[in-house]
Ligand binder design. Structure first.
Ligand code: SIN
Ligand code: CO
Length: 374
């Protein structure tokens, strides 16, 4: 059957021809998610203290950006056109949004960032710009005109409150209707303007910069440092150059500093922990009245288990990484845990090996996983 998600391409073909290379338009790609959110629900989300929301208005060439959380009255007196409300991290606020992200699970979870949703009346948008990361733009309710450009000149307007290209020269244009999907690679110039009351769902990806990754690795080393010993010089000779760092002093300190080296295994551990670390504002809520371990095991067998939306569970050939923490379960537990990580759920009645039961119970107590709803 024709794969509507990617305009007839298989995931492998899409990745080879388009991913990080060129845009793709897929008509009628995901119509079943078009009603994921209404203007009213999006405004409700923007009122939550934990929401990352922005309200952008345009008057001619003048842009204004306000950051949430918002109050209800902020939306009462908005004009009929030329504004947009954007809410990041909707996948953590709305369970069905996670299902939408699941449609893109042919791309590793470690590359996925979040679902951003925008609402705009006619004329609303964020202006011509480029994003640093890959994005799939799904048209919800309404229509949006997208103009895109392969231009190299990505100079931005100086002193604007948001990223606006100073010389946008569109080379292609489409009107997206409900259910249509547009993929854009990183740094591809684009401008989406609402034609009718318009919801856009942006499935956004992430990629660490070398600078950020290295700087977080140094933090990791610092946190995990276990250097031993104290500089000692029982054979010290009297000096007439007390300011000098003599070779034997330097040698002694170099011996101590040699402990600051790291191994490939340390780097792999860092990568797993770093990629599975949720965003800093995420909090997990442990169950208020936790089940006992045997009751939890019975419920898990009867209902199955699921990761809570904010949890990130990844693995490599050596270990599992749950929300920034490494764990090395016994070999017998690993196939089940890999299945859990890949599918984000475990079916009812899956036999749970002893080595996994303890770990799953600890994750349940921490609020990282929960029994699936009956
Ligand atoms: C929007 O939803 O208005 C903006 C999406 C984008 O251009 O990245
Ligand atoms: Co964009």
């Amino acid at each position: 059957m024709r794969n509507k998600l990617l305009n007839g391409l298989t995931p492998a073909q899409f990745l080879r021809r388009h991913w990080q290379k060129r845009p793709l338009l897929a008509r009628n790609s995901l119509p079943q998610f078009a009603d994921l959110l209404s203007r009213r629900t999006l405004i409700e989300l923007a009122l939550l203290p934990e929401a990352e929301a922005r309200l952008i208005t345009r008057k001619g060439r003048h842009w204004d950006v306000r950051h949430g959380p918002f109050r209800r009255q902020d939306f009462a007196k908005l004009p009929d056109r030329d504004w947009t409300l954007l809410v990041q991290g909707v996948d953590l606020l709305l369970p069905r949004a996670k299902e939408l992200l699941g449609r893109f699970d042919f791309i590793p979870y470690a590359r996925l960032d979040d679902l951003m949703v925008s609402y705009a009346p006619p004329g609303g948008g964020v202006g011509p710009h480029f994003d640093s990361y890959d994005v799939f733009l799904l048209q919800g309710e309404g229509q949006r005109r997208w103009q895109i450009s392969s231009q190299r000149d990505l100079t931005l307007v100086e002193k604007a409150p948001l990223k606006i290209l100073s010389d946008f020269r569109p080379t292609r244009e489409w009107t997206l209707n409900t259910g249509d999907l547009l993929y854009l690679p990183p740094r591809y110039a684009h401008d989406g303007v609402a034609l009718a009351n318009c919801i856009t769902l942006s499935v956004g990806f992430r990629a660490p910069s070398a600078q950020d990754l290295c700087s977080r690795f140094y933090d990791f080393l610092q946190d995990n440092l276990d250097a031993r010993g104290l500089y000692a010089d029982p054979h010290l000779k009297a000096t007439q150059q007390p300011a000098r760092i003599a070779p034997q002093l330097a040698r002694g300190l170099l011996d101590l500093l040699a402990q600051a080296r790291w191994k490939r295994a340390d780097m792999l551990r860092f990568i797993g922990e770093d990629l599975s670390t949720p965003k800093s504002h995420v909090v997990f809520n442990p169950p208020r009245r936790a089940l006992s371990a045997p009751a939890f095991a019975r419920t898990a067998r009867r209902n199955g288990l699921q990761l809570v939306p904010a949890s990130i569970l990844l693995y490599d050939d050596h270990a599992f990484y749950m929300n920034g923490e490494r764990c090395i379960p016994p070999a017998a537990a690993r196939p089940l845990l890999r299945r859990f990580a890949n599918r984000r759920k475990l079916d009812p009645a899956a036999a749970i090996p002893a080595g996994a039961a303890e770990l799953l119970y600890a994750w349940y107590r921490a609020g990282f996983i929960a029994p699936a709803a009956e």
